[in-house]
Design a protein around this ligand. Structure first.
Ligand SMILES: Nc1ncnc2c1ncn2[C@@H]1O[C@H](COP(=O)(O)OP(=O)(O)OP(=O)(O)O)[C@@H](O)[C@H]1O
Ligand SMILES: [Mg+2]
Length: 365
């Protein structure tokens, strides 16, 4: 049995990684320079995989922190320091830590080999975070900067109200750290970096990550399916038509088709069976998601599942009874904010092609 050449849900690299050649060279040249980078894309387009790949190839020291899981400024400081301990020898850090305004407790877990850090919780003080960020600056070198990736950066506001001001005031003095800010909430990230009144206004260059181009993804899929079936070209076409080249859903769909090929060999309706399997396996999630929506959201998504007409048009309103266009407009923004819709140049589309299928299938019952 061959191992499935597709992978979804976790960071991909090596043979699981497709294309991104232009993005790789652009980011690689970026981190050699003086500038900071802001990378935006909807969920699961491949930000983390892309950044990891570029950094690994650069052989530079880096710190990666996802702010989604950070609960307080102290936690932010602890998690950053923990990652600094991973890349620098303890002896080197000792002297620096001694000069911190609040001395953290540092415990080496003998089982995992990981360092557990904690600042006295609940001090409400921003000094630990400031000290840790400045430590990174001291450890980096002008010609060998540390790369610090802060993922889901829009979460700073949830962690602490004045976090943007504090971070900016510290980071603007740093010359030995390359910051990479990432986020999946496009409007929030744009507000942070493009609004004149924001402390981070024009702090770095903004790059939006698109889906993987259809022709590149075609080559990637065909090459893998070739070893399994002579119908590789048709399969690839159908898969990409359903997923519209969305990196995650394409891998998920291709993975499932591969499993079926492995079990039963090629069948005419193999892609339909695979799609049904995916829809069914997410029935609970889709149902929960659906029940969290209001009436306007439901009407819009139903219309979008059945047709490609713009939800803002009179025709759409006539067909699906979605209400006044101002209501629809704010609903579209809200659904995009939740990641259920993606805003593309041509307009809004549904993120998950299988949610779309679920809506249609449920309405048939
Ligand atoms: N370059 C790529 N080639 C092939 N598949 C990819 C690529 N990038 C991403 N994917 C697919 O998308 C999935 C999500 O990738 P990744 O976790 O890097 O995205 P992300 O944008 O960081 O997601 P999140 O919004 O969850 O943080 C991967 O598991 C993989 O299936
Ligand atoms: Mg990610």
């Amino acid at each position: 049995m061959e191992t499935n050449p597709f992978k979804f849900g976790t960071v991909v690299d090596g043979s699981f990684f497709a294309d991104r050649e232009d993005e790789i060279s652009k980011i690689a040249s970026f981190i050699k320079g003086e500038n900071h980078l802001i990378l935006i894309s909807p969920r699961r387009f491949g930000k983390t995989s892309l950044i990891r790949k570029v950094i690994n190839e650069s052989a530079r020291k880096y710190i990666y922190l996802d702010l989604q899981l950070i609960i307080s400024p102290d936690d932010f400081a602890s998690q950053l320091l923990k990652r600094i301990y991973r890349i620098f020898p303890v002896q080197k850090l000792k002297g620096f830590i001694k000069s911190f305004r609040l001395i953290p407790s540092v415990i080496l877990n003998p089982v995992t080999g990981e360092t557990e850090i904690s600042f006295k919780p609940g001090s409400g003080d921003l000094a630990p975070l400031e000290d840790v960020l400045n430590l990174a600056e001291k450890l980096g070198k002008e010609d060998n900067k540390i790369i610090m990736v802060l993922d889901e950066f829009q979460d700073i506001f949830r962690i602490h109200a004045g976090m943007d001001r504090l971070l900016r005031s510290v980071m603007q003095n740093h010359n030995n750290v390359n910051y990479i800010f990432m986020g999946s909430s496009e409007s929030m990230i744009r507000n942070i970096f493009e609004k004149k009144s924001s402390p981070f206004y024009r702090f770095g260059s903004l790059m939006t990550l698109e889906k993987i181009p259809g022709n590149k993804f075609t080559l990637f899929l065909e090459e893998k399916f070739k070893s399994k079936t002579s119908r590789y070209s048709e399969l690839t076409k159908i898969i990409l038509a359903v997923t519209d080249s969305h990196p995650f859903y394409t891998q998920q769909f291709a993975f499932t088709v591969w499993e079926l090929l492995e079990r039963y060999g090629y069948k005419e309706d193999i892609t339909a069976i695979a799609a049904d399997e995916i829809v069914q396996s997410h029935d609970n999630d889709f149902e929960r998601l659906w029940n969290s929506l209001n009436r306007t959201d439901m009407a819009i998504l139903t219309g979008m599942a059945y047709s490609n007409i713009s939800p803002l048009s009179d025709e759409f309103y006539g067909l699906y009874g979605t209400g006044a266009s101002s209501t629809v407009f704010s609903a579209l923004k809200r659904l995009a904010g939740k990641g259920i819709l993606i805003k593309e140049r041509s307009g809004y589309i549904m993120d998950d092609p299988f949610f779309k299928r679920w809506i249609i299938a449920r309405r048939k019952i």
